[in-house]
Design a protein around this ligand. Structure first.
Ligand SMILES: *Cc1c(COP(=O)(O)O)cnc(C)c1O
Length: 389
């Protein structure tokens, strides 16, 4: 008799309830300990509830100014081709990106959002017995990626609240957290959820300290929004450090979050290894067309960035004037410390149709992460906040 059939028909198994725990026990070890990504509120349900007044959505760092009109036109142009598969090479988009960043197309990897790539780096380069380094108050996906791959996560402490870069990444602590078992290190610049960034010179010095067999993923999802004089993209260091990976996305500054297009820039050899696991048609045809057109419309991007910078300053000042601490930010969101009343403030905002992001899951229960909206959205946010106090 078949031993596999014997094993699955034992009494203990047939009488066990078919709940999540039952199936989790069948999963690989990394997944057994995993908790699914928390997407926040059920936005579709809240939109329905506030359909007459319009929900103000400031929880997901989306761009309120929308995508380039050229990108919208490019999407419509491919509608008659949707019975075809998309270009599995993403050739046109890669050539446009290569020109923009001054790199070779072989240094580019396209993803179904950068989220997909962040997960896959751990699947490919980390695993049981290895560890992955990230920072306290770092993006939640890094921990998820490490756990999913079965690797151990080592968290470096962030800078203290009293530091000028309050709760930002401590680059020295990150370097110190690297062990002989470390395969991968994730760091966002600027960071989500703090909005902080690190100094270009400090990062260059950090890269000198990282062993060549530790891959450093610099997540630059918010790079376009950064205008501080001491900020610099890690793209400039790619030539000097073959272990460096930079990820970018079309979800934030380019306002194409709904289409799911992101990319990584790295050494051609590293990209070639990643290509072995990439799903052939991971970026859809509409996304490829829209991203290429959006990249070409720099005027729209600059217009949208300028409005964000202006509203970011106005909103930060409005919070400070009301006595709340605002973390220094180079992003399209602000991390604001409201103190012990934070859960009540968040609940009150939601009841008034304003969605922001609670930070309890990040170990910051006294803070809310608030996307910088357009002028009208920010006004409604502040009115709702004032009605709360
Ligand atoms: C929004 C965000 C991303 C982008 O995710 P996509 O999958 O490209 O939409 C990546 N990293 C961070 C830190 C983010 O906040």
């Amino acid at each position: 008799m078949n031993t596999v059939a014997d094993a699955v028909t034992t009494d203990a198994v047939t009488t066990a309830p078919r709940d999540e725990a039952f199936f989790a026990a069948l999963a690989q070890p990394g997944v057994q300990r995993l908790r699914a990504y928390d997407p926040g509120h059920d936005l579709v349900a809240w939109r329905r509830r506030f359909q007459d007044r319009m929900l103000v959505e400031l929880g997901s760092n989306e761009n309120p100014y929308g995508a380039s009109p050229a990108a919208r036109a490019a999407m419509l142009d491919v509608m008659h081709e949707l019975h075809r598969y998309p270009d599995p090479l993403g050739g046109d988009l890669k050539r446009a990106l290569a020109t923009k960043h001054g790199v070779d197309t072989t240094q580019l990897l396209l993803g179904n959002g950068s989220h997909e790539l962040l997960m896959q780096f751990a699947q490919v380069f980390a695993g049981p017995g290895s560890d992955v380094v990230a920072s306290q108050y770092g993006f939640a996906v890094y921990a998820l990626a490490a756990q999913c791959a079965g690797a151990a996560l080592r968290l470096a402490p962030a800078l203290p609240r009293t530091h000028a870069m309050a709760r930002g990444h401590d680059i020295d602590a990150l370097a110190a957290a690297i062990t002989p078992a470390t395969r991968l290190l994730y760091v966002a610049n600027p960071n989500n959820p703090t909005g902080t960034w690190f100094d270009a010179d400090a990062f260059a010095a950090f890269m000198q300290r990282v062993p060549g067999d530790v891959l450093v993923v610099v997540d630059e999802a918010y790079a376009e929004f950064a205008d501080a004089p001491d900020y610099a993209s890690a793209l400039a260091l790619l030539g000097a450090h073959p272990n460096l990976i930079v990820t970018r996305t079309f979800s934030k500054a380019y306002a194409l979050a709904g289409l799911r297009v992101g990319y990584a820039v790295a050494h051609p050899g590293l990209i070639a290894v990643m290509e072995r696991v990439r799903e052939s048609f991971n970026v859809n045809m509409v996304g490829l067309a829209a991203a290429e057109a959006a990249l070409d419309d720099d005027a729209h991007l600059q217009w949208s960035l300028a409005r964000n910078a202006e509203q970011r300053a106005v909103l930060a000042e409005a919070f400070r004037a009301r006595g709340w601490f605002v973390h220094p930010a180079q992003t399209n969101f602000l991390l604001v410390e409201f103190g012990p009343d934070t859960p009540q403030i968040e609940a009150s905002l939601l009841q008034q149709g304003v969605v922001v992001r609670p930070m309890g899951g990040y170990g910051l229960p006294e803070c809310l992460r608030i996307t910088v909206g357009d002028e009208g959205e920010n006004r409604r946010l502040l009115q709702a906040l004032d009605a709360t106090r």
